[in-house]
Design a protein around this ligand. Structure first.
Ligand code: ARG
Length: 296
């Protein structure tokens, strides 16, 4: 059995109090189809309770009335404990102005909770960066670029965190964050949807993952299966296609399905609403002083 991920037991989440579809910035969003607030709340509560039941911890950040997408807390910023022990968050600089107020709350929350913070860009100036594009895996932070994150942001990500960043280029409008197409499962395995990526990036990512579970575009888009989180040997997922379940179970994982249909209306699922706070540089990704970016 391959070693379980050490990170993924502590998350930041935003209550869905102000979750609405006020605008459409991805192909899933339609302002004519609004989420049911009570059902969205119940789904969010169940996900939080499930994480806690599995031994995980959840911190919550207060939602903003002016930020209906803030429930997708993964995009508040990328947080990690650095080689010198400092807890550091690189705040997102959202592609769309509609989401930029979220960063005002994120910077306050991180500062109030003992984190130092940095920006790649701010208020539309400088490269954009959305943390839903970033994962530690196999010696790198793997970072998706294109729809939301600019290649230029990765230099700052690598330098700020003191790590090696591998850049992969996203070319699919429906998989606008890497977390819709990629999900690390343990130290050797990950769900990968190569159709989301430019051919050379797909090849590089498949080379990086010793045992990939390749899913189709249809599986990724219709089930949000890659937008899952892993707590030890349990995968918390919004749904698991019949083809995929035996493979995951054969690898020793337990599947926990949580209904996320209301959150899917905004274009996100389990992973998008949970931001890991327990990634450690030097444990989950090697220390590379000064940082390094590997393009693909
Ligand atoms: N409506 C949000 C947006 O388009 C959804 C974000 C989903 N988050 C994620 N990490 N994929 O920005």
């Amino acid at each position: 059995m391959s070693t379980s991920l050490a990170w993924g037991r502590h998350y930041l989440m935003t209550e869905p109090t102000h979750y609405r579809i006020d605008y459409a910035i991805n192909p899933f969003m339609d302002t004519e189809i609004q989420p049911d607030p009570a059902r969205a709340r119940a789904q969010w509560d169940t996900l939080k309770a499930t994480i806690e039941e599995l031994g995980g911890r959840v911190d919550v950040i207060a939602p903003r009335e002016d930020s209906p997408d803030m429930v997708y807390a993964m995009n508040l910023g990328f947080a990690a404990t650095l080689a010198d022990g400092r807890r550091h968050a690189l705040l997102s600089h959202m592609r769309f102005p509609e989401r930029r107020n979220e960063t005002r709350s994120a910077v306050e929350w991180f500062a109030a909770n003992g984190w130092s913070t940095a920006y790649v860009g701010k208020d539309g100036v400088g490269p954009t960066f959305e943390a839903g594009d970033v994962f530690p895996f196999a010696g790198h932070l793997v970072a998706g670029t294109g729809p939301r994150t600019d290649e230029m942001a990765l230099k700052t990500l690598a330098t700020e965190m003191g790590v090696r960043v591998m850049s992969v280029r996203t070319t699919h409008a429906g998989m606008y964050h890497l977390d819709l197409a990629f999900c690390p499962l343990d130290e050797r395995r990950a769900i990968v949807c190569p159709d989301a990526l430019a051919p050379e990036s797909a090849e590089a990512l498949l080379d990086l993952v010793p045992e990939p579970l390749v899913i189709t575009e249809e599986e990724a888009l219709s089930t949000f299966a890659a937008n899952s989180i892993v707590i030890g040997r349990t995968i918390v997922m919004p749904s698991c296609p019949d083809r995929i379940r035996p493979i995951l179970e054969g690898w020793g994982f337990t599947i926990r399905i949580v209904e996320m249909s209301e959150l899917h209306l905004g274009g996100g699922s389990v992973r998008c609403v949970t931001n890991p706070l327990d990634i450690v540089v030097g444990r989950d990704v090697p220390v590379v002083y000064g940082g390094e970016v590997i393009p693909t």
